[in-house]
Design a protein around this ligand. Structure first.
Ligand SMILES: NC(=O)C1=CN([C@@H]2O[C@H](COP(=O)(O)OP(=O)(O)OC[C@H]3O[C@@H](n4cnc5c(N)ncnc54)[C@H](O)[C@@H]3O)[C@@H](O)[C@H]2O)C=CC1
Ligand SMILES: O=C([O-])CC(=O)C(=O)O
Length: 312
């Protein structure tokens, strides 16, 4: 299996490192526009192989898409991260151009690849890539839900003093303040979370999760990479190993939840064909209202992108 990661910055390099270290793909190509950066990081990952004991090959290239040809999966992380004081949506004008040009190159060289978008603002960059790639939504989708759910699970594990492995949860909606955590679908070793934690504490964890990206931006001056890179690698793994994992991913809703043509997170089954099935949850009225707020927000940013594209 051949996997390309575009963008050899914090998230892309971490993703490539997880893919190599866990031998998720035997050939990993890291691409960046900055001369030498992808080559250097790929070489460093390869030189770690004898120490940790793996045999996945990692190579790096500067904008040489010929080297990515025939990739089975491509992860797009290229683009600016936000700085303190910025929202993810502030990145739209720069990152839309990057995601568009990268997607064109990716599709030209790997027409059968499944494409995973990571660049922000995530939901609208998934829209941009899907428009550009002209592939079915099952082949072009975005990573956010695994990360947001992981943050929520980590906070719960800390509060309950249990293993994060035993917390099962799902979040929906846009990747931002309007994301839709679903405590009703959260369990701890099979036990509904509401039996183990009080409402006020759970509400505080939900709020912290919504601001999870911003919390890290404030601490570090740039956005997170360890969990995001690993989350993207976990999606790649589900595809290349045909695991049929159930994960929340961002894709174009086509009638699910009564929503059409808006890019939002929903649980899906991920396997060798990409999205094998979209799972439509039976939301209650409160959850539907939260999803509607999220839909409205993402739709506004999609329209901002449409306007920019019309002007350009
Ligand atoms: N979906 C999610 O949950 C998350 C999304 N992100 C987003 O991922 C993106 C990357 O974040 P970081 O890796 O931290 O940023 P970074 O600045 O460390 O890396 C970005 C890399 O993209 C490269 N790049 C820019 N234009 C390019 C092009 N045309 N072709 C190839 N490479 C190009 C840059 O040279 C740089 O090395 C940001 O937009 C960030 O907001 C970050 C974390 C989580
Ligand atoms: O917060 C950011 O800008 C990056 C991101 O999407 C996240 O870490 O959730």
């Amino acid at each position: 299996m051949k996997v390309t990661v575009v963008g050899a910055g914090n998230v892309g390099a971490t993703c490539a490192d997880v893919l190599a270290t866990r031998e998720i793909a035997n050939e990993i190509v890291l691409v960046d526009i900055k001369e030498g950066v992808a080559q250097g990081k790929a070489l460093d990952i390869w030189q770690k192989a004898p120490i940790l004991g793996y045999d996945s090959r990692t190579v790096g290239v500067t904008s040489d898409y010929a080297r990515t040809a025939g990739s089975d999966v491509v992860v797009i992380t290229s683009g600016l991260p936000r700085k303190p004081g910025m929202t993810r949506d502030d990145l739209i004008s720069v990152n839309a151009g990057i995601v568009k040009s990268v997607t064109e190159q990716v599709v030209a060289h790997s027409p059968n690849a499944i494409i995973i978008i990571v660049s922000n603002p995530l939901d609208v960059m998934t829209y941009q890539a899907h428009l550009t790639a002209k592939l079915p939504r099952e082949k072009v989708f975005g990573m956010a839900g695994i990360l947001d759910t992981a943050r929520y699970r980590a906070f719960l594990a800390e509060a309950l003093n249990v293993s994060p492995k035993d917390i099962q949860a799902v979040l929906m909606g846009g990747h931002g303040d309007t994301m839709v955590p679903l405590p009703r679908y959260t369990t701890v070793g099979g036990i509904p979370v509401t039996e183990l934690i009080g409402k006020a504490e759970l509400d505080a964890i939900v709020e912290r999760t919504k601001n999870g990206g911003g919390e890290l931006v404030k601490l570090m001056g740039t956005s997170a990479w360890y969990a995001p890179g690993a989350a993207a690698a976990q999606m790649v793994e589900a595809i290349v190993r045909d695991q049929r994992r159930v994960f929340p991913v961002c894709l174009e809703l086509q009638g699910e939840y009564g929503i059409n043509g808006v890019y939002l997170g929903t649980p899906v089954i991920l396997g060798k064909n990409g999205v094998e099935r979209v799972i439509e949850l039976q939301l209650n009225d409160d959850e539907k209202a939260l999803l509607e707020t999220s839909r409205g927000h993402v739709k506004e940013v999609m329209e901002a992108l449409d306007k920019m594209t019309a002007v350009a």
